[in-house]
Design a protein around this ligand. Structure first.
Ligand SMILES: [Zn+2]
Ligand SMILES: [Zn+2]
Length: 339
C-alpha cells in the first residue's frame, strides 16, 4: 500500500509499505479516505518540528471507514462505519493521566509526529481510539480533530454566555474555538492578519473581527468591550506578539487559554499576571468529549466546510503542495489527501 513519508530536509516521498494483516484482538482495521495535513506536518516538512520522528509518515486528522474488526471489539464498531480516531496516546502513569487529563499525557505520542501516522491507505488501531462520526462524510470527518483542539481550549477557559472572547488566529484550530464559544453563547472577537480568514470567521459566528496588522488592536478592543478588554483570550498562533497581546489586552480577572507553541522565548510584563489576577491556562490536544461535540456540531450541516477545505490532493501531489503551502502559509485552512 501507498504511504507518504516526510524527511526533515524539505523532502517528501511516496513509499510502498506492506498491507496490514487482519486486525488482532481488540484492534480495528481502517481504510483511510481523507487525511488532513496539519500545521505540525508543514513544520516537520520545513525541519522545524523538534518533536517529530525523522523520517516520519505524517497524518493524524483522519476520515476513514472501518474495513474489519478483530475479536473482542465492541459491537458498536462495525465494518462500513465512517469514523475518525483519537490520535494521541496516554501512558496511564504520569501526573496528567493520574488526574484523568489524558490529552496532556507527559509521554503522549501523536500519530504522525512522535510515531508514524495515518497518511497511508490502511491503518490498524486499538478500538478504544476509534470515534464513530455519525452521519458525517469521510471528507468532513477529517476536519474533526483540528476543530476539537479549538473546542478543548474553550472548555479550558470555561467560557460562558456572559463572556467576550477574543480568539487570536483564525486557522482551523482558532475556528474551532470561535464556533465553540459561539455555541456557548459568548460574544466573539476574531483576530487575524488575513482579511479572508476574518470574513470566514464572521460566517462561523464571530460578532467582531480585528485585523491586528492594519488596525490599532488596543483601541478597537477598547471600543468593542466598553473599555474592559475581552474576558477571555484564546491564543491560537504561537508567536511572540500574539502571546504578549493576550496578556496585555485581556480584561482584569480574565482568562487566557494558550494553544500555540511559540518557537522562541516571550517576555511579559508580569505585573499584569498579578494586578489582573489572571488565570493563564495551557490547552493541549483534545479530550474524547471534545471530538464528540465537534461531530455533533458538524452533523447540523451549518458549518461552511467547503471554505475550510482549501484543497483536496492525491498523494502524488503532496510534495508540490507542501512546497506551495510553505511559501503561502496564510492561505491554507486545510489540505486533505484523498487515498
Ligand atoms: Zn493537528
Ligand atoms: Zn501519561
Amino acid at each position: 500500500m501507498k504511504a507518504i513519508q516526510i524527511t526533515h530536509s524539505q523532502e517528501l516521498n511516496i513509499v510502498e509499505l506492506p498491507q496490514p494483516a487482519q486486525p488482532g484482538e481488540g484492534e480495528v482495521l481502517l481504510r483511510l479516505s481523507y487525511v488532513g495535513f496539519c500545521g505540525s506536518d508543514i513544520n516537520t516538512f520545513m525541519g522545524r518540528n523538534t518533536m517529530a520522528l525523522n523520517p516520519v509518515i505524517p497524518g493524524h486528522e483522519v476520515g476513514a471507514v472501518i474495513e474489519a474488526v478483530g475479536a473482542g471489539v465492541p459491537e458498536t464498531l462495525k465494518p462500513g462505519m465512517v469514523v475518525t480516531c483519537n490520535p494521541y496516546t496516554n501512558c496511564g502513569k504520569c501526573a496528567s493521566c493520574r488526574n484523568q487529563r489524558v490529552n496532556a499525557c507527559q509521554y503522549n505520542e501523536t500519530l504522525g509526529v512522535q510515531r508514524n501516522g495515518a497518511m497511508k491507505e490502511y491503518i490498524v488501531l486499538p478500538w478504544e481510539k476509534i470515534i464513530p462520526a455519525g452521519s458525517l462524510t469521510p471528507k468532513v470527518t477529517a476536519l474533526v480533530e483540528p476543530m476539537s483542539v479549538g473546542f478543548h481550549a474553550v472548555s479550558r477557559a470555561q467560557v460562558t454566555d456572559i463572556d467576550v472572547v477574543m480568539v487570536i488566529g483564525c486557522g482551523m484550530v482558532g475556528m474551532g474555538a470561535i464556533v465553540r464559544s459561539v455555541m456557548r453563547g459568548a460574544t466573539v472577537i476574531a483576530a487575524d492578519i488575513d482579511d479572508e480568514k476574518l470574513a470566514l470567521a464572521k460566517k462561523m459566528g464571530a460578532t467582531y473581527t480585528l485585523n491586528t496588522k492594519t488596525e490599532d488592536a488596543h483601541q478597537r478592543l477598547s471600543e468593542m468591550t466598553n473599555g474592559f478588554g475581552p474576558d477571555v483570550v484564546i491564543e491560537a498562533v504561537g508567536s511572540v506578539p500574539t502571546y504578549q497581546m493576550a496578556i496585555n489586552e485581556v480584561a482584569f480577572t480574565g482568562r487566557v487559554a494558550c494553544i500555540g507553541y511559540a518557537k522562541s522565548e516571550v517576555s511579559f510584563q508580569t505585573k499584569y499576571f498579578v494586578q489582573k489576577e489572571l488565570d493563564i491556562r495551557g490547552s493541549r490536544n483534545a479530550q474524547p468529549s471534545d471530538f464528540r461535540a465537534v461531530i455533533r456540531y458538524l452533523e447540523r450541516g451549518t458549518c461552511p466546510v467547503d471554505a475550510l477545505i482549501t484543497k483536496v490532493i492525491k498523494p502524488e501531489e503532496a510534495l508540490e503542495t507542501m512546497r506551495w503551502w510553505s511559501e503561502n502559509p496564510g492561505k491554507v485552512f486545510r489540505i486533505l489527501v484523498e487515498f
